[in-house]
Design a protein around this ligand. Structure first.
Ligand code: BES
Ligand code: ZN
Ligand code: ZN
Length: 498
C-alpha cells in the first residue's frame, strides 16, 4: 500500500472511495464539494439523522458529480474533545468501512481543524499509522485461496493544502516507520511459540544487527556465559525446558548522545507456568509472553532510520517456562545476580525472576541513565486496568511525565500505579530475602513491581506491565485479534522527546 500526499482537489482524484470527516452538529458545506454533492450530503444527513457523532458514518454514491465512486463521511464527535487518539480511531474506523467496497484507491481529506489543534507532522503521522495499523493481518498460515480473497488497498491519497506538504512528508515517513515497527512486533507475537524460541529471537536480533550495517551492535550470551554472570534466577526459569536460554543484548549509539537508556523486554517465549502449571484456559495465549522482547526487537529494527540523539541498550533474557524434569520447584531458593536470595513459591511468577537478573546485569555493566522494562508480567494488572491500558510504575517523576506525554501522542494508554512501600512486607520471605509471590491474594501487580524495584538500585526506572494490551482477544479499530505491537510506538515517541 502506497500513501501519497495530494495537495489537489479531492473531487478530481479518481478513486473508489473518498473519505471526509465531519464534526458533531457541523454538517455545513464542504468547500471542496460541488453544490449538488453538498445538497446530497445534507439530504442524506437529515434522512439518516446523521449528526457527526463519533462512530457515526454516512455512505453515498454521488454519481457524475464526484470522480470517486463512493463518498464516506465519518463523524468525529465534539471538537473540544479532539485528541490524537481519536484522530487515529476515526481514521481507522473510516478506513475499515471503506474497505467493505474492496477499493484499490482511497482518497482521504484531512480535516482542517486537526491542523489547528495538532502539529501538521504529528497529525499526518497519526493518520498514516491508523491506516497501516488497521490494515494489518497475520495470514501467513492461511490457505492460498483465503489469501487470494484478501484484496489490499494499493493507493491512499491524503489531501491537504500545498503549504503543509513538507511537514506532512515527515509525518508520513515517521508514521510508516512507527507502524512498520509495531507490525513487526505483532508478527513476532503472532508466530506460534514452536517458532519463536529463544534461539529464534536471537536469530532475529542477528538479522536486525546485520541490516543496520553495524549501527546496532549485538551480543548473544549462551547458558555457560549466563551462569558465569551469576544470573541464577534467570537460569532457574529456563531449567524445565529443552530450549536453551539466550541473553540477547542490542546496542545503538547515535553521533550525539543526550541520554543512555536501557530497555528490557520480558522474553518468555512460552509460559506454561512451570510446575505451578497454568490451566488450559490461561495457557492459551501464553505465546504472547515474549511481547516485551518483541517490542524491544522492533524498536531496534527501525532505530537506525530515526534521527535520535540517543544511546540505547536493549536486553532480552529469553527462555521458555516449562515443567520438564529439571524444572524449578516451589520452595527452591535462588541466589540472584546481585546477591539477593529469592524463595520461589510459584513457578508461574517467572517473569520477575528473569527481569531481576537482567536489571542487575545492566546496572553493574552499562550504568544507564534510565531503565525501562516492558513486561507481560501479571494477570492482576489486567484485572485492574483491562485489555487496553498498561500499568506504569516508576521511581522517577521525570520518566513518568515523559512516558505519559508519549502515551498521549501515540494513543497507547498507560496508567500510573503506586509503588507502595507498605506492601513490601508482602514479599518478605521467612527463609530468603524475597519471595516471588505475595502473601495473600491481593495487590499482585503492585507486589510484582515492588519485587522488581529491589533490583533497580538508584537508577531511575519505569516498569510497564502490559499483559492486557499486548495481546488482543477482541478486535478494535487499530488492532486485529492477536499481537498488538503495544509499547513500540510509545517508546519510540518517548525517545523523540528525551
Ligand atoms: N505471563 C503471566 C502474566 C500474564 C497473564 C500475562 C495473563 C498476560 C495475560 C505471568 O508470568 C504470570 O503467570 N503471572 C502470574 C503471577 C502469579 C503466579 C503471582 C499471574 O498473574 O497469575
Ligand atoms: Zn507465569
Ligand atoms: Zn509469564
Amino acid at each position: 500500500m502506497k500513501i501519497t500526499l495530494k495537495p489537489t482537489d479531492p473531487v478530481k482524484i479518481e478513486a473508489d472511495v473518498l473519505i471526509i470527516f465531519s464534526w458533531e452538529d457541523e454538517i455545513g458545506r464542504f468547500s471542496f464539494l460541488s453544490k449538488a454533492v453538498n445538497d446530497l450530503v445534507r439530504e442524506a444527513a437529515a434522512r439518516e439523522e446523521f449528526k457527526g457523532k463519533e462512530e457515526e458514518y454516512l455512505i453515498l454514491s454521488p454519481g457524475r458529480d464526484l470522480s470517486s465512486h463512493k463518498l464516506l463521511i465519518m463523524g468525529l464527535g465534539m471538537k473540544e474533545k479532539a485528541d490524537l487518539y481519536k484522530v487515529r480511531q476515526s481514521v481507522a474506523k473510516a478506513f475499515r468501512k471503506a474497505k467493505k467496497f474492496r477499493p484499490e484507491k482511497v482518497v482521504l481529506v484531512l480535516d482542517e481543524y486537526w491542523f489547528t489543534k495538532f502539529k501538521t507532522e504529528e497529525t499526518v503521522q497519526a493518520v498514516t499509522e491508523a491506516i497501516k495499523l488497521s490494515s494489518y493481518r497475520f495470514i501467513k498460515y492461511k490457505s492460498q485461496e483465503e489469501k487470494a480473497e484478501i484484496k489490499e488497498v494499493s493507493e491512499v491519497y491524503l489531501c491537504l493544502s500545498a503549504g503543509k506538504v513538507p511537514s506532512a512528508e515527515k509525518g508520513v515517513n515517521l508514521g510508516l516507520l512507527y507502524s512498520e515497527a509495531a507490525c513487526f512486533a505483532r508478527d513476532l507475537v503472532n508466530e506460534p511459540a514452536a517458532v519463536t524460541t529463544p534461539s529464534y529471537l536471537a536469530e532475529i536480533a542477528q538479522t536486525i544487527s546485520k541490516e543496520s550495517k553495524g549501527k546496532v551492535k549485538l551480543q548473544i550470551l549462551e547458558k555457560e556465559a549466563i551462569k558465569k554472570l551469576g544470573m541464577n534466577a534467570y537460569l532457574a526459569v529456563a531449567k524445565g525446558s529443552n530450549e536453551e536460554p539466550k541473553l540477547i543484548k542490542l546496542d545503538f549509539r547515535s553521533g550525539r548522545v543526550k541520554k543512555h537508556i536501557a530497555i528490557v523486554g520480558k522474553g518468555i517465549t512460552f509460559d506454561t507456568g512451570g510446575l505451578s502449571l497454568k490451566s488450559s484456559e490461561h495457557m492459551e495465549t501464553m505465546k504472547s509472553d515474549m511481547a516485551g522482547a518483541a517490542a524491544v526487537l522492533a524498536i531496534f529494527k527501525v532505530l537506525p532510520y530515526l534521527n535520535l540523539d540517543l544511546h540505547l541498550t536493549g536486553l532480552i533474557p529469553a527462555c521458555e517456562n516449562m515443567p520438564g524434569g529439571g524444572a524449578l520447584k516451589p520452595g527452591d531458593i535462588l541466589i540472584s545476580a546481585n546477591g539477593k536470595s529469592i524463595e520461589v513459591l510459584n513457578t508461574d511468577a517467572e517473569g520477575r525472576l528473569t527481569l531481576a537478573d537482567a536489571f542487575s546485569y545492566l546496572i553493574s555493566r552499562d550504568k544507564p541513565d534510565y531503565l525501562i522494562d516492558l513486561a507481560t508480567l501479571t494477570g492482576a494488572c489486567m484485572v485492574a486496568l483491562g485489555e487496553e491500558i498498561a500499568g506504569l510504575w516508576s521511581t522517577s517523576d521525570e520518566l513518568t511525565e515523559k512516558l505519559q506525554k508519549a502515551s498521549e501522542n501515540t494513543g497507547e494508554k498507560i496508567w500510573m500505579m503506586p509503588l507502595f512501600e507498605g506492601y513490601k512486607e508482602l514479599i518478605k520471605s521467612d527463609v530468603a530475602d524475597l519471595r516471588n509471590i505475595q502473601k495473600g491474594k491481593y495487590a499482585g501487580a503492585i507486589t510484582a513491581a515492588l519485587f522488581l524495584a529491589e533490583f533497580t538500585k538508584s537508577v531511575p526506572w519505569a516498569h510497564l506491565d502490559f499483559g492486557g494490551p499486548a495481546f488482543a482477544e477482541k478486535e478494535t479499530a487499530l488492532v486485529p485479534k492477536g499481537g498488538t505491537g503495544f509499547g513500540v510506538r510509545l517508546l519510540l515517541e518517548f525517545f523523540e522527546n528525551i
